[in-house]
Design a protein around this ligand. Structure first.
Ligand code: HEC
Ligand code: HEC
Length: 320
């Protein structure tokens, strides 16, 4: 994934404007001289900076993580319970990996909505007609939890930070579910970033590689206790909006997500379950599902999940 032609064009533009600066400097006409030097000088700087940014982005896009994030050697034999978990959890992938936000995960053109020609980026087809038919179970697990492609490069935008906490049991159920979907043709085209994509990534980040998971990641026993509740809070990504310490943050649209360490200790378990099952808050207001996707959480979570989650949040020490 190296856009040699794009990089060469940007470099040539920098050199060409640099040459114009030199020419303008030699001009006898004072106005022409300074307009030329300043105008062409600025453009030289812009294209030189763009070249460096694109070069850094290209290097980051092609960095290989096979050594730091080894692939586990596992062959999944999922139980019906694991498969059922996978089928439920896969709905959280559908927002990106499906054109109609529904299962099966037949892929979706991620670039279609973005009005910048940065290359080709699909959230790939994850049915047995997609690339993963040629990936080992370990490679798919690594992609989900660690954000690394089969080739060893970092994945783009794929939010593996949110899936990093999935236990071995649950991520295996998820992969078993992916492989149990109907094979939906066609496969999605491979990712490729041109010089603009490389520049954007070089400047902003957007690569989501996570630390390697090399130790067993057991799933806590499913029970109404704080340990399991913490796990539920991790795989339902409460922290993505309510902040790393759940002390408040912002939703995906920027609206404030309240401090859960202050709110939940004042709620009863019943109030908490009602909020998730119906959206109705203790004060009488309603949760806005577009900001806080309680319907999706409610569909996923059993009463045991919610009660454990409540116990965990209720026990947090209130902090600002
Ligand atoms: C925010 C959007 C988004 C969400 C949510 C998301 N993905 Fe992805 N995923 C992507 C994008 C984009 C890529 C392609 C990245 C690339 O090629 O660099 C990707 C790549 C992958 C890959 C690598 C496949 C391949 O052919 O390269 C796997 C496996 C994967 N995702 C699984 C999942 C699973 C399972 C979930 C849900 C638990 C999920 N993703 C949720 C955006 C998303
Ligand atoms: C996509 C971002 C997002 C995620 C993920 C998310 N929340 Fe929220 N949450 C919000 C926002 C934004 C609000 C404020 C909603 C409103 O004003 O309607 C909110 C409100 C709440 C409230 C109501 C608080 C109050 O004082 O009214 C509770 C409780 C809550 N969230 C708990 C959770 C828990 C537990 C999780 C994880 C299972 C979670 N949220 C995941 C964004 C999110």
């Amino acid at each position: 994934m190296i856009d040699f032609i794009g990089l060469a064009i940007v470099l040539l533009l920098a050199v060409a404007f640099g040459y114009l600066v030199k020419r303008a400097w030699g001009s006898k006409n004072k106005i022409l001289k300074w307009v030329g030097v300043i105008g062409a000088g600025l453009l030289t700087l812009v294209f030189a900076a763009a070249f460096i940014g694109a070069l850094v982005g290209t290097m980051r896009l092609n960095q290989n993580f096979n050594a730091s994030n080894p692939v586990s050697n596992v062959t999944i034999q999922a139980t019906p319970e694991q498969l059922a978990f996978g089928a439920k959890y896969a709905k959280f992938c559908a927002g990106c990996h499906s054109g109609n936000q529904q299962l099966p995960l037949s892929g979706n053109n991620f670039g279609a909505e973005i009005p910048i020609p940065f290359g080709t980026l699909y959230a790939p087809n994850l049915t047995p007609a997609g690339n993963i038919k040629d990936w080992t179970d370990g490679e798919v697990i690594r992609a989900i939890r660690e954000g690394v492609h089969k080739s060893g490069r970092a994945l783009i935008i794929m939010p593996s930070n949110e899936f990093h906490a999935l236990s071995d049991e649950d991520v295996q159920g998820l992969v078993a579910y992916l492989r149990s979907q109907p094979a939906v043709e066609p496969n999605t085209p491979p990712t490729s970033m041109n010089v603009i994509g490389a520049l954007l990534l070089g400047a902003t980040g957007g690569l989501t590689r996570q630390p390697a998971i090399t130790q067993p990641a057991p799933k806590p026993a499913v029970a109404v206790n704080a340990e399991y509740g913490k796990y539920v809070s991790e795989i339902l990504v409460c922290r993505a909006c309510h902040g790393e310490k759940l002390t408040g943050g912002a939703g995906f649209d920027g609206s404030p997500a309240p401090n859960l360490t202050e709110v939940i200790p004042q709620w009863t378990e019943e109030q908490f379950l009602t909020a998730f099952r119906t959206g109705a808050l203790p004060g009488g207001a309603m949760l806005d599902n577009a900001k806080m996707p309680y319907k999706e959480f409610s569909e996923f979570a059993t009463d045991t999940d919610l009660k454990a989650l409540y116990l965990y949040l209720h026990g947090l020490t209130p902090s600002k």
